[in-house]
Design a protein around this ligand. Structure first.
Ligand code: SF4
Length: 411
C-alpha cells in the first residue's frame, strides 16, 4: 500500500492568540538548519522503518506539507524538502501533493516554486472571511488578500484548493458565520475544512479566558452552544451546496476528498517528519507501529529520538472504530470482523446498541455511523468504544539518534 508523507514546518509569521501548536515565530536563520535536519531524517526513512520493525515501501501517493506555515519558507528551502522526498521515495505521477499556505504569503515566486515541486493542491488557512474575526486572533490577512491569493493560484493552474474555517472565533455571530460560508461556496473551492475553535489553555486567549480581560477579545468568544450551532450551520449549508461532509471536520465536492487525510482515518501507512510529526506503519495485518517526533523545536534540531508505540491487536481494534467512525460513511462491521476477528464486534455489541439507543449512532446499510448529534459528541462516543489500555501497550527501544544533526545555537 503506498505511503503518505507528511512534513511539519513549524514556522509562522505571527502566533495566533488561540494556538499552542508546536509552531511559532522564529529567526529565518533557523530555517536552513531545520531543513538540514528534516532532509537528513527523510533520507534515513528505511532505517526508521527497520527500527519500527515494519516493512518499508518506497511508493508514495500523497505528500502533505503542514504546520505552521510552510509558505513562509524560501523557494530554495521548499525545493530542498521536495528533492529529499523524491530522492528517497518513488512518488507516483498522480500523487496528491498539498502545501498549507497562509493567505498573504503567496507570491508569484512561491507559486512558481510550488509548481516546480509538483504541488497540485493548496490548503489555505483562511479561518474567516470577516476581517474583524481574523484580526481579533492575530491573523495578518484580510478577505481581499485571500481572494487575490486564490486568483493567483488559479491563474497559475493550481485549482485544487481547500479552505480552512473556524467556527467560534471572537466576534463571530450567526450572520457573520453565514458570510464566511457564503464566500467559501461562491469561491467554488472543491474542499473545505471546518473546525470548532479549540482554545489551548496555555495560549494567550486561553489564559485570558480563564483570568478575564479584553486584550485578546476573550469577552467576544461565542459560548459552546453557539459554536456548536455554527458547526451545524456549516454542515447544513455546505451539504446543501453540494460540498458534502465526508468526515467530522471535512467537506468536499464529489471525488475531491483529501487522499492524504483519508489515510489517517483508514489506517493506511504514512511517515511524518519534522516537529510533532506522527507516523504509522503496518507490521502484520491490522497491527503496526505508531511513532512521533518531539513537539519541541530544540529537541528536533538536537536529534531527539522518536517515541514508539506498538499497535497490538487490541489497539488496532479500537482504532478501527474510533478512526473509522470519523468518516460519514461509518464503519463496515463485517470488514472489521474479518480483519480483527468476530470478538471485536461481539464485545462492543452492548455499547453499540446503547449508543444507537441514545441517538448517537445509526445503521446505514451494512455500516454503522455517527448521527449529526453523535458528531457533536464524538469524543464521548469514541471513549466508550475504546477497550484497550494504552498504558499497557509495549514500547520499543528508543530509535538511535541521528548523530549527523547539528546542535542548536541561538535562534
Ligand atoms: S494557528 Fe496556524 S498559523 Fe496560527 S500560530 Fe498556530 S500554526 Fe501558526
Amino acid at each position: 500500500m503506498p505511503l503518505g508523507v507528511y512534513i511539519s514546518v513549524p514556522f509562522c509569521r505571527t502566533k495566533c492568540s488561540f494556538c499552542n501548536f508546536a509552531s511559532g515565530v522564529f529567526s529565518r536563520e533557523l530555517f536552513d538548519r531545520y531543513i538540514d535536519v528534516v532532509t537528513a531524517d527523510i533520507a534515513n526513512s528505511e532505517s526508521l522503518a527497520t527500527t519500527a520493525l515494519c516493512s518499508f515501501d518506497r511508493d508514495v501517493d500523497s505528500i502533505y506539507l503542514g504546520g505552521g506555515t510552510p509558505s513562509v519558507l524560501a523557494p530554495d528551502q521548499l525545493q530542498r524538502l521536495f528533492d529529499a522526498i523524491h530522492n528517497t521515495f518513488a512518488v507516483s505521477p498522480d500523487a496528491e501533493v498539498t502545501v498549507e499556505c497562509a493567505p498573504g504569503t503567496i507570491t508569484p515566486e512561491i507559486v512558481n516554486t510550488l509548481l516546480r515541486c509538483g504541488v497540485n493542491r493548496v490548503s489555505l488557512g483562511v479561518q474567516s472571511f470577516v476581517d474583524e474575526e481574523s484580526r481579533s486572533v492575530g491573523r495578518l490577512h484580510t478577505r481581499a488578500i485571500t481572494l487575490a491569493d486564490i486568483d493567483l493560484l488559479r491563474q497559475s493552474g493550481i485549482t485544487n484548493l481547500s479552505i480552512d474555517l473556524i467556527a467560534g472565533l471572537p466576534h463571530q455571530t450567526a450572520e457573520s458565520w453565514r458570510t464566511s460560508l457564503d464566500d467559501v461556496i461562491a469561491i467554488g473551492v472543491p474542499h473545505v475544512s471546518v473546525y470548532m475553535l479549540e482554545v489551548d489553555e496555555d495560549s494567550r486567549l486561553g489564559r485570558e479566558l480563564m483570568a478575564g480581560g479584553t486584550r485578546y477579545h476573550a469577552h467576544f468568544v461565542p459560548n459552546d452552544d453557539a459554536t456548536a450551532d455554527f458547526y451545524q450551520q456549516a454542515c447544513d449549508t455546505l451539504n446543501g451546496a453540494g460540498i458534502h461532509q465526508y468526515e467530522i471536520s471535512n467537506f468536499a465536492r464529489p471525488g475531491r476528498e483529501s487522499r492524504h487525510n483519508l489515510k489517517y482515518w483508514l489506517r493506511h501507512p504514512y511517515l511524518g517528519f519534522g516537529v510533532d510529526a506522527h507516523s504509522m506503519l503496518h507490521g502484520s495485518s491490522y497491527e503496526g507501529m505508531r511513532f512521533s517526533t518531539s513537539d519541541d523545536l530544540d529537541n528536533q534540531l538536537n536529534g531527539t529520538p522518536r517515541t514508539f508505540r506498538k499497535i497490538d491487536s487490541a489497539s488496532a481494534e479500537d482504532e478501527a472504530f474510533f478512526l473509522g467512525l470519523r468518516l460519514n460513511r461509518g464503519i463496515d462491521l463485517r470488514a472489521i470482523a474479518e480483519a480483527c476477528g468476530e470478538p471485536a464486534i461481539v464485545k462492543r455489541a452492548p455499547i453499540l446498541d446503547a449508543l444507537t439507543e441514545l441517538g448517537l449512532l445509526e445503521p446505514a446499510g451494512q455500516n454503522i455511523r455517527l448521527t449529526d448529534r453523535g458528531r457533536l459528541l464524538s469524543n464521548e462516543v469514541f471513549e466508550r468504544l475504546m477497550l484497550s489500555d494504552p498504558a499497557t501497550d509495549p514500547a520499543l527501544p528508543a530509535q538511535a539518534p541521528l548523530t549527523i544533526l547539528p546542535t542548536r545555537g541561538p535562534a
